[in-house]
Every structure is written in structure tokens, then in C-alpha cells.
Design a protein around this ligand. Structure first.
Ligand code: GUN
Length: 282
């Protein structure tokens, strides 16, 4: 039977550490500010944005909310980002994705100052991670490293297999595991013999985006399994990319869905915002 990796508890631990750090900064007269921008009113985005604002409040970060109409032009959004880039009271800028189709996502990501890029999506942040220099790291993979470390999973020298190669999860995940001296393989939809490759993994990170695709036949006995997926099944219940009931008896440690990777993303966003203020703030 696998031990559950409790993302809810670990994210709470991180948020409580940050809360203390933010309180200490306040004592020195420093207040941290984050701008949260949403264009349009996609219901899922509204939930995520609401959770981010709640986390700011919990930790003591001042959040400035920009809820812009769907028709907002790219120019208008760029003007707002430029204003926030120059605002000393704002340390982190977050534009919730996706943005409406008439706005180019890459242009928006590049417009955010790398010093305020708390999502870690700017090409400069990605480049810094690639060559092992300091910079903001995409929140979900950064959170997974914290889940592993805080559950006592050693990464150094381990066979790490990542399923998925997205810019937000798969690629930065692989780079972070490499930074921790793991032996890393990235797999994806065109990988041949996916099962055989996955079966080599001591640490298997699954971010494939297909409900319950990974069952026990992909998992080595005793492997640590991290499930990034989140879907609603036919009974409206949440499930991941991993078939939990099948894999749980084989793995040594596993993240549940919900309550595994999910809560870590926001905790690391808060971490990045505190880092933005302490590294680059006035
Ligand atoms: N949309 C879904 N996930 C994310 C995220 O981590 N950051 C932003 N900005 N948008 C998202």
C-alpha cells in the first residue's frame, strides 16, 4: 500500500512559512503587492483567480484585482502591464491564462517584467532555469519538487520519468529534476514503448492530460507516482491522469487527486511573489 503525499498539508505548511516571512517584512515597513489580471469571465479561470486572491489574503500579500471585459484589446492589456511593471508597490504580475483568442498569449507573457514574472513563464525565466541561473520557476513543477523533498523522497541519482512536455509542466519539471541530479527522461504522445520507459522510473510524474490513463502496468513496484492531471469523471467526481486504485497498491508513495499537486501551485505562486519582493523590491 502506498503512502499518500498530502499536498493540502504540505501547501499549508509552505503558506504558513510565507505568512511568517511576510509578517516579518511588514514589521520592517515592507508590504508585498501582487496584481491579478483576468480578461473575460471564463468560469474555471474565475475560480482559479479567486483562489489566488484568497491565498494572498491568507499570507498577508496585498492583491490588486483587474477583471477586464472579454473585448479588452491587446493594446489595452499591454498598457496595463506596462503600468504595473513600473509600479513599485506591485512585486508580482499574474495574467490568468487562457486569454481571449484576439490576444496573443506569447506577447503578453513577454511584456511582463522578468522581475515580476511570478508565473515563471517569461522566456528569460525559462532560459535561466535551463542554464541553472536564478529566476522564477513555473509553479506546478516547483510545487512537485517541494512535495518530493518534504515527503523525504531523494531525487539524486534516481530514474525520473516525466510524461508530458508542456512549457508549463513537463519541460520545467524535467529541468528541475535534472537540477536535483535525477536521471531524467521526458516522454510524450509519440514515445514508443511508453510502458517500458515508465516502468524504469523510481519517480514517475504524469502530466499527460488523459483521465486515468496510467495504470499499474506502467509502474515499477515501489515507485513514487506524482499525478498532475485533474478531470471530472462520468459521475462528476475528480480524478487524475493516474488510475489511482490500480497504481496505489504498487507504488511506495502517490499523490491523490484532489489534494495532491493541485494545492501546491498556488503555494508556489505565493512563494514566487515573496521572492520577487525580497529579491527585486525596493
Ligand atoms: N491557467 C492555468 N494555470 C495557470 C497558471 O499557473 N498561471 C496562469 N497565469 N494561468 C493559468
Amino acid at each position: 500500500m502506498a503512502e499518500l503525499i498530502d499536498g493540502k498539508a504540505i501547501s499549508k505548511q509552505i503558506k504558513d512559512e510565507l505568512k511568517e516571512q511576510v509578517a516579518a517584512l511588514k514589521q520592517q515597513g515592507k508590504e508585498i503587492g501582487m496584481a491579478v489580471i483576468q480578461v473575460g469571465n471564463d468560469p474555471a479561470s474565475s475560480v482559479y483567480v479567486g483562489n489566488k486572491k484568497k491565498a494572498c489574503e491568507y499570507i498577508g500579500i496585498r492583491s490588486e484585482s483587474y477583471e477586464l471585459p472579454e473585448e479588452t484589446t491587446q493594446e489595452e492589456l499591454l498598457t496595463l502591464i506596462d503600468k504595473l511593471n513600473q509600479d513599485d508597490k506591485i512585486h508580482g504580475i499574474l495574467v490568468q491564462l487562457p486569454v481571449p483568442k484576439h490576444i496573443d498569449e506569447d506577447t503578453i507573457i513577454k511584456a511582463i517584467s522578468p522581475k515580476k514574472d511570478v508565473d515563471g513563464f517569461h522566456p528569460q525565466s525559462v532560459g535561466a532555469l535551463t542554464i541553472g541561473q536564478p529566476g522564477f520557476v513555473s509553479c506546478t513543477p516547483a510545487g512537485i519538487i517541494q512535495l518530493l523533498k518534504r515527503s523525504g523522497v531523494e531525487i539524486e541519482g534516481k530514474e525520473c520519468v516525466v510524461i508530458g512536455r508542456s512549457n508549463i509542466v513537463g519541460k520545467p519539471m524535467a529541468l528541475l529534476l535534472l537540477r536535483e541530479n535525477g536521471t531524467v527522461t521526458i516522454t510524450h504522445s509519440r514515445t514508443k514503448n511508453l510502458k517500458e520507459v515508465c516502468k524504469r522510473a523510481d519517480i514517475l510524474v504524469v502530466a499527460i492530460g488523459r483521465p486515468k490513463m496510467i495504470d499499474a502496468s506502467y509502474v515499477k513496484e515501489g515507485a513514487v507516482v506524482i499525478d498532475v492531471g485533474i478531470h471530472r469523471n462520468e459521475n462528476n467526481k475528480l480524478c487524475g491522469d493516474v488510475d489511482f486504485d490500480s497504481v496505489e497498491p504498487v507504488a511506495s508513495k502517490i499523490t491523490p487527486v484532489p489534494g495532491g499537486v493541485g494545492p501546491m501551485t498556488i503555494a508556489m505562486l505565493m512563494h514566487n511573489c515573496v521572492e520577487a519582493a525580497t529579491m527585486f523590491g525596493e
